[in-house]
Design a protein around this ligand. Structure first.
Ligand code: IMP
Ligand code: MG
Length: 174
């Protein structure tokens, strides 16, 4: 079965949106240092592009999680595969994600990070599928709201492939 990827959001559209979010974050964190937390692997491409466009001081850390449950339905219980290198106590933390889908992973992760005592904790996601939400998650910065379709590119994978596409595409099978 051949896979085809159709462009949903072009490289130019994504770049322009990341530039705008970067400017907004730079304004909102004026006079502060923002500590970006990338949720691997999907958030990595977005975080690098975003970080380049933020003009206030930036520090970075990475975390990798996997959710317990079946392939298709995350249980909401998250296992930390790779924890942060540094404490976040007293820091202005901005979690950077590729996509918020059901919201289960993020709501668990945010609760866990909140317990570590950051000065502030916000969430930035490149993509949001609001129709799929089952757990309430407050998103502070959203790149694009998209319909309920399976997307790849810009860090998002299908079976670990397509993360490197410089645009967001929808996979179809023929
Ligand atoms: P949830 O919000 O807990 O359901 O999980 C979100 C995670 O599922 C994301 O971080 C992605 O890794 C993955 N995911 C959800 N929707 C898509 C998609 O359309 N393409 C690729 N991965 C997705
Ligand atoms: Mg992810």
């Amino acid at each position: 079965m051949a896979e085809k990827v159709k462009v949903l959001l072009s490289e130019e559209e994504v770049d322009a949106r990341i530039q705008a979010i970067g400017e907004q974050i730079s304004k909102d964190y004026e006079g502060k240092q923002v500590h970006l937390i990338c949720v691997l692997k999907g958030g990595s491409f977005f975080m690098c592009e975003l970080a380049k466009r933020i003009t206030v001081p930036v520090s970075l850390d990475f975390m990798s999680v996997s959710s317990y449950g079946s392939e298709t339905k995350s249980s909401g219980v998250v296992r930390i595969v790779k924890d942060l290198d540094e404490p976040i106590l007293g820091k202005d933390v901005l979690v950077v994600e590729d996509i918020v889908d059901s919201g289960r992973t993020l709501s668990y992760l945010l609760e866990m990070l909140k317990d570590r005592g950051p000065k502030s904790l916000r969430l930035c996601t490149l993509l949001d599928k609001p129709d799929r939400r089952v757990t309430d998650v407050h998103v502070d910065y959203t790149g694009f709201q998209i319909p309920d379709e399976f997307v790849v590119g810009y860090g998002l994978d299908y079976d670990q492939r397509y993360r490197n596409l410089p645009y967001i595409g929808v996979v179809s099978f023929e």
